[in-house]
Design a protein around this ligand. Structure first.
Ligand SMILES: [Zn+2]
Length: 257
């Protein structure tokens, strides 16, 4: 009798243990200390987060690195590159908690600017970064030099890696057109289109401090002002408050400062 009870008890225990094991979500391991240090040293966006959000940011970085391969082409990928690519991916979508870059499998790092025989779509400043299409679909190419440079320059408004990830976010709804329908509440679409038009005209008239590359088309405008927004938020707020406010809504950023 005791034996039967014991067997039933043990079976129940094993069954429960198996269920628990099954339910355990697949998680990327904890962030290496070296990565954490690099985030703290090199990524201003991370520096201004509170402790809870820093933890969340680290988890997103780990998650990204578990999903996307980073490959050096004629160069060696170092920790700093992995951290900066992942940070550039996480920054634009940080406040969209379940965001996945479903359209990206691999990031290729070239030592510096590259010639392009690639089919390209949404190629930002062609030679420093691009989002692949056609045969290069699900790929992104970045200049390693530019990646590091953008994060070490604290007064610039440019960041090619963020630019390319914003194109990818824009692409999620099917087209790179400057209207990120997967982020943007419907009621803001018309105001956003109108504001883009107005701001592009100001660039054409030489009355804007936004990088002229942004006047190429609406897709480039969105990517270029997003760089500005994440690199120099206070300056953008001062110079172009209306644009700043709408970008806050698009990226669901709540800033204390
Ligand atoms: Zn671009």
């Amino acid at each position: 009798m005791y034996l039967v009870i014991l067997i039933v008890f043990l079976s129940a225990l094993i069954f429960t243990a198996m269920r628990l094991q099954k339910k355990k979500p697949v998680k990327a391991g904890p962030i290496p200390l070296a990565y954490k240090r690099l985030l703290a040293q090199e990524v201003p966006f991370y520096q201004q987060l509170d402790e809870n959000k820093k933890n969340a940011f680290e988890e997103r970085v780990q998650h990204f690195l578990a999903q996307v391969r980073i490959t050096g082409v004629n160069t060696t990928v170092e920790d700093i590159d992995r951290v900066l690519v992942a940070a550039s991916a996480v920054i634009p979508i940080f406040n969209f908690s379940d965001w996945e870059y479903i359209n990206l499998h691999e990031v290729l790092l070239y030592p510096d600017s590259f010639d392009h025989d690639f089919e390209q779509q949404g190629g930002g400043r062609n030679i420093l970064g691009m989002v692949g299409s056609g045969a290069m679909n699900h790929m992104m190419i970045l200049s390693q030099f530019e990646l590091r440079q953008a994060f070490s320059n604290r007064t610039g408004k440019n960041n090619t890696a963020i630019h390319e990830f914003v194109h990818l976010v824009d692409k999620t709804d099917g087209s790179i057109d400057g209207v990120p329908e997967s982020l943007l509440d419907k009621k803001y679409i018309v105001p956003w289109l109108q504001l883009m038009q107005k701001e592009i005209e100001l660039i054409h008239d030489d009355r804007s401090d936004i990088d002229p590359y942004g006047s190429t088309n609406q897709a480039e405008f969105f990517a270029v002002v997003s760089e500005y927004f994440f690199e120099r938020p206070a300056l953008l707020q001062e110079k172009r408050p209306e644009l700043y406010e709408l970008l806050l809504k698009i990226f669901k950023q709540q800033r204390d400062k």
